[in-house]
Design a protein around this ligand. Structure first.
Ligand SMILES: Nc1ncnc2c1ncn2[C@@H]1O[C@H](COP(=O)(O)OP(=O)(O)OP(=O)(O)O)[C@@H](O)[C@H]1O
Ligand SMILES: [Mg+2]
Length: 493
């Protein structure tokens, strides 16, 4: 059947827009460009690529206030906290439920405040009580940051430097831990929830907060200036394609093309740098999957939120304290194939599972998707090749490339630009091979026209003039070819 790609699928007679497996692309100008060619000449449209990083003059970062805590406040809090620790029996406190423990702490802290005759306003006293409860029972100084939904990442570099990413920009905050011991304590509290331990003996650990946020801890002696804690906040309200359009991450026409790609079951790879919005985009793309399809997702930490009713979610597992019981992404993807999936979605492809995903894409699981770290569509395809090579498959590179070309139809590139904005910079087709080289063709690129007076990048998503993309026939099969033509036409203006 047309909707399922099989090895011996009959080639339609009129194959103008069909994906040529080892042939020249049929589409008219502009000429496709080789994916693995020798040094490229000037980039096709200079501005379309990820822009060069401008070396801004180094300037000291002023910490931004979170919760309006002053130096004086931190001193008072440390003094009261120490008095509290001297007073209470922590092991007894541990036997109480959270509410009673918080009540107990509040009573004692109020007593300490009056005995020591500390002068503070009611509001300050309330924040102090809250902060101390957070320190003893919760995630301490991280709590106010965790409570905010506008923060994308929290990055703690030792006890006194806490950075956050808001609106694509990284900012230093005035949040700090009492000392490195408190920071380690909180790291330990986070990872112990998933049955793990972080200390000198096992100083690297991945974990997840109860709200779904992704956590990585690397402790001393590997982290030289105190534990480094990185949290990718889980966004309760995931961004949707309409939000991406509103932010200018993609144009309405580009979004339409993406919708047709998702609905026509085109195998898609989403490529991008760290935090460029790959997972968010993947989540949006899954929104175009029909409700009657059986979808299986494989992730390291479940981030995707598919709305379809027929979804099986799988998650990898790190080894336990004895180094046993690990379940890798490759195990999951391989197992998926025995679960009768129609589409397989891999959160992040970073190792030998690339081979299994390509196999799946090639054997009737059309419309499978995955993300990977790379700075351009071409680099993305090269990474797939090197992941397969490094996975120990002894295949000639020509075979691997043919496999890539036979599996991946579209690469979507996400990027975080220097002004902090996240954009889809390329929608690129994988056409075929010419000799040893993979041929790709950009359909839509983000062209940078300049900057406004606030340093924000101005640009436009433009179609490159391809009227009939290689997936035209598939779009036609799903009855979407007229919309595709209209979207590409509108994007060319
Ligand atoms: N187009 C966008 N506009 C604004 N914010 C975005 C956009 N896409 C993603 N974000 C936000 O950026 C943050 C990172 O997004 P996401 O997790 O999708 O990135 P990623 O590329 O998957 O990161 P990683 O490499 O760590 O897996 C999230 O907080 C997300 O809400
Ligand atoms: Mg991601």
């Amino acid at each position: 059947m047309f909707g399922r790609r099989t090895a011996e699928a009959p080639k339609p007679a009129e194959s103008a827009a069909q994906k040529p497996k080892a042939a020249k692309p049929a589409s008219p100008a502009p000429q496709p460009k080789p994916a693995q060619s020798a040094p490229q000449k000037a980039p096709q449209k200079a501005a379309a690529a990820v822009p060069p990083r401008v070396a801004a003059p180094a300037k000291a970062m002023e910490p931004i206030e979170v919760g309006g805590r002053s130096d004086e406040y931190f001193k008072t809090k440390t003094m009261i906290f120490n008095a509290l620790i001297d007073t209470i029996d922590l092991s007894q406190l541990g036997q109480l439920d959270t509410e009673s423990a918080a009540e107990e702490i509040r009573d004692i802290v109020n007593e300490i405040i009056s005995i020591k005759n500390v002068q503070m306003s009611i509001a300050e006293q309330e924040s102090l009580l809250q902060d101390i409860c957070n320190d003893v029972l919760g995630y301490g100084p991280l709590e106010p940051l965790l409570a905010r939904d506008d923060i994308a990442d929290i990055m703690v570099n030792g006890s006194s430097r806490v950075f956050i990413e808001v609106g694509g920009k990284i900012q230093l905050t005035n949040v700090r831990f009492r000392d490195n011991a408190q920071l380690m304590n909180i790291c330990q509290r986070i990872v112990s929830q998933v049955g793990r331990r972080v200390d000198e003996a096992s100083p690297i650990c991945d974990a997840r907060l109860p709200d779904g946020s992704r956590v990585n801890v690397i402790a001393p002696p590997l982290a030289i200036d105190g534990a480094a804690l990185t949290i990718r906040k889980f966004k309760k309200d995931k961004l949707r394609m309409q939000d991406l359009i509103n932010f200018g991450s993609i144009s309405p026409e580009g979004a339409k093309v993406l919708e047709i790609i998702g609905a026509s079951r085109i195998n898609t790879l989403i490529s991008g740098g760290t935090g460029s919005g790959k997972t968010t985009l993947l989540n949006c793309m899954t929104g175009f999957i029909e409700h009657d399809e059986r979808v299986i997702t494989c992730e390291d930490a479940a981030e995707l939120q598919l709305q379809q009713p027929h979804v099986v979610r799988l998650e990898t597992r790190p080894p336990n304290l004895e180094g046993q019981g690990e379940v890798t992404m490759r195990d999951l993807v391989k197992n998926c194939l025995r679960m009768r999936p129609e589409r397989i979605i891999v959160g992040e492809v970073r190792g030998p599972e690339a081979f299994d995903l390509l196999q799946a894409m090639n054997t009737g699981h059309d419309g499978s998707m995955g993300t990977l770290h790379a700075n351009s569509p071409r680099e993305g395809l090269q990474r797939v090749e090197s992941m397969i090579t490094m996975g120990g498959y002894n295949l000639p590179s020509k075979t691997i490339r043919e496999m890539i070309v036979g599996s991946i139809d579209i690469v979507i590139q996400a990027a975080r630009l220097r002004d902090g904005s996240r954009r889809i910079t390329h929608i690129t087709e994988v056409l075929g091979t010419e000799g040893d080289t993979i041929i790709t063709q950009d359909l839509i690129v983000f062209e940078i026209d300049g900057e406004d007076e606030h340093g924000r990048i101005i640009g436009k998503h433009r179609a490159t003039g391809i009227a009939r993309p290689a997936f035209w026939d598939r779009a036609k099969y799903y009855g979407r070819e007229a919309e595709l033509a209209a979207a590409l036409d509108a994007a060319s203006e």
